[in-house]
Design a protein around this ligand. Structure first.
Ligand SMILES: NC(=O)CC[C@H](N)C(=O)O
Length: 257
């Protein structure tokens, strides 16, 4: 089987591209880091890849707001390519800074609208949150989370993670369309106030997908829990090899089988 090719998008400030590439390679894909300028200048083509991954970091130093400048580059230089990419049954994942980019480019929750329908704002607690969280995996249309257990454990590391939909109508649409993928919860998956909800996200939303289920954005870092040795209490996990994040990358590879 030919391995699906993954474009790992890079720019100034991206800092999770290597571990994201490792996660895809471990799952059986063929990742390659491509700088946004190479795409913007037409030196590389998005259409040559099956998966686009926008990894975490501090693109352009989080200037203006986290992900905003890279979002504008996607929106004003690559939007038609991106929309064609999605319409051609390809997959997109935005992890942390990548999620902020997809939302601020108008690609999540609904790219057809081209307009920004939500944002990721500074954490209510006012400080950077760098810890592990439990996530309730919701029944959703997202192809990236098929077969995931009901509650998973992943690390977060962000200052601007508060998910805020633009209106009550958009929030209702996300719920009714099964586009809410992850919610922050306790070890039983029950949502709650801080610190169970680390940033004050509306409806405890930690990850969403678009209407197709193929574009997925999340604040937690699945690439940082790829193997059980990354788990804070890994010694209690025995010989369990894969971490809770691995299934997400494996689903993307299996999508093209
Ligand atoms: N780990 C990340 O991608 C961080 C995202 C962004 N720089 C923030 O602090 O919110």
């Amino acid at each position: 089987m030919v391995k699906p090719k993954v474009l790992i998008l890079k720019t100034a400030g991206t800092n999770c591209d290597l571990e994201t590439a490792f996660a895809f390679e471990t799952a059986g894909a063929a990742p390659e880091a491509v700088h946004i300028n190479e795409l913007a200048r037409g030196e590389r083509r998005l259409a040559d890849f099956q998966i686009l991954a926008i990894s975490g970091g501090f693109s352009y130093g989080d200037d203006i707001s986290a992900g905003k400048i890279l979002a504008n580059e996607l929106k004003y230089k690559l939007f038609d390519d991106l929309r064609a990419f999605i319409q051609r049954e390809r997959l997109i994942i935005g992890i942390c800074n990548g999620f902020q980019v997809l939302v601020k480019a108008g690609l999540l929750p609904g790219h057809a609208a081209c307009a920004q329908e939500a944002t990721l704002a500074p954490n209510d607690c006012g400080v950077f949150q760098d810890k592990w969280v439990h996530l309730k995996v919701e029944e959703s249309r997202c192809v990236w989370t098929r077969g995931c257990p009901e509650v998973i454990y992943l690390p977060i590391a962000h200052g601007e993670g508060k998910f805020i939909p633009k209106s009550e109508e958009i929030l209702t649409r996300l719920r009714e369309n099964r586009q809410v993928v992850f919610r922050y919860g306790d070890d039983k998956g029950k949502t709650g106030d801080y610190p169970v909800n680390p940033n004050g996200s509306i409806d405890a939303i930690a990850g969403i997908c678009d209407e197709t289920g193929r574009v997925f954005g999340l604040m937690p870092h699945p690439e940082r829990h790829l193997i059980s040795l990354q788990h804070p209490r890994w010694t209690r996990l025995g010989t369990k090899r894969h971490g809770d994040g691995f299934q997400i990358f494996l689903n993307a590879v299996n999508y093209f089988k």
